[in-house]
Design a protein around this ligand. Sequence first.
Ligand code: NBP
Length: 508
Amino acid sequence: MTENPNIQSVADVGLVGLAVMGQNLALNIADHGFHVVVYNRTTEKMTEFIDKVKKEEPSAPRMSGQADFKDFVASIKRPRKIIIMVQAGKGTDAVIDQLAAIVDPGDVIVDGGNAQWTDTIRREKTLRDKGIHFVGSGVSGGELGARFGPSLMPGGPLDAWNHIKPIWTAIAAKVDDKGRPIESHIPGQPAQGGEPCTAHIGSDGAGHYVKMVHNGIEYIDMQLICEAYFLMKSLLGMEADEMSEVFAEWNQGVLSSYLIEITADILQQRDPRKKKGFLVDYVLDTAGQKGTGKWTSTSALDMGVPANAMAEAVFARCLSALKDERVAASKTLKGPKAQKVKGKTKLLDAIHDALYCSKICAYAQGFQLMNAAQAEYHWTLDFGSIARIWRGGCIIRAAFLQKITDAYHDDPKLINLMLAPYFRKALHKGQESWRKVVSLAAENGVPCPAFMSALAYFDGYRAKVLPANLLQAQRDYFGAHTFERLDDERGRFFHVDWPEKGRPMIEA
Ligand code: NBP
């Protein structure tokens, strides 16, 4: 690259993409003492950002902007470290192509967007062939996480990780020795000490895969909380502020998590427009989605992993989006009318247990999926470490994750989280209530698909016998797909000519 002689290579790191995530990540990096140079395709956004930083941010001396792409690259110290925070997909490819044409072998490009892991595998290989390091790093925690400490899931060559490790460990969320987040939301005064919520996940697309599963778990975690809320509302007639208190109380126990905390907060907010009632009761009941939940479920289907509850959470959003159809159907498709249930405290405790048991199943599915993916893509994933870096910064941060870390620490070859003694005990203790809640919901016509599929997963996983004998017989009947026999060794396949249309059965 022909460099502009007026540009000095002073920046420790460069960042491309100044929408909400890029701006916040740049500020977080500068807060930690690194000099960041930023670039954005639309130059005005960059100049506006730099002007604002100069006026308001304590880290301003460590932030600069460049309008010209070559000057931007030239202003970074070698080996260059360049973070991309642009729209996933075509936007990321466009920036990588621009960078690949001018950076040098040994430089490190980091994609912090929500890339699909297969794209990351492709990009890593293309850049490796040119001698350029590529890291696909999951960044979780939304805009606040990016600003004050996200959970970071980097994948790629170990060499590349070692280059970005000082920055990544500095800017990541921190947890104390009990796994509790240490937070500071004061610009220029980041949280001190603690264990950083980042670790090298594995080669090429491993980081983005794990981030995708994080989002899949986020979908089901949210759906389960919404079902608990809906049961309280439908079967106990509770008002939002009363439910807020229940969630706040649950946040002190085994369910303690960011999502339960924000639920308690949301439910107590009054409507700012009407000045009466609660805001949540005015929010239209249709949920959007950006695709990572769908990717997780598609990946589970591709690999034959029974992540039914995770998929259910995606379908629940799809069903919610059919608002007009649902309103019309509500007038013609009849079902039971939800009856108010007596024994409020007892039912609330049962909903709590149903939520906890379903959550265990959801996480079991997420980890089962990552286990299948590591075999498929030749990664070596450390599940204890993954749970550890999700304890702070990210949307699914929860006290619960420490128990997952402990479970994999005790048994690194654990094949399903439900089998770990701690979780097995919790499932045994909570299942009676869980079943009661699910049957009450069914009897009263209250939809709670995630509670139900999680329970079906639990019962299916622990079933010595399933009706798949009949299913396989059906397959052999119409398609000669063969079957194995209970009274013969595994791997021997049989076919019979079934007595279709009166023919006698012939063992083939
Ligand atoms: P967006 O995903 O909305 O992307 C906007 C940025 O991409 C702008 O800087 C825009 O530049 C740039 N861009 C686009 Br669009 N096409 C480009 C191209 N062809 N070449 C160069 N730049 C291009 O921003 P975001 O919400 O900050 O998210 C950034 C990344 O982080 C995404 O991959 C997202 O999925 C991921 N992520 C987001 C969140 C979140 O909570 N928002 C959380 C975790 C991860 P312009 O100004 O010139 O249009």
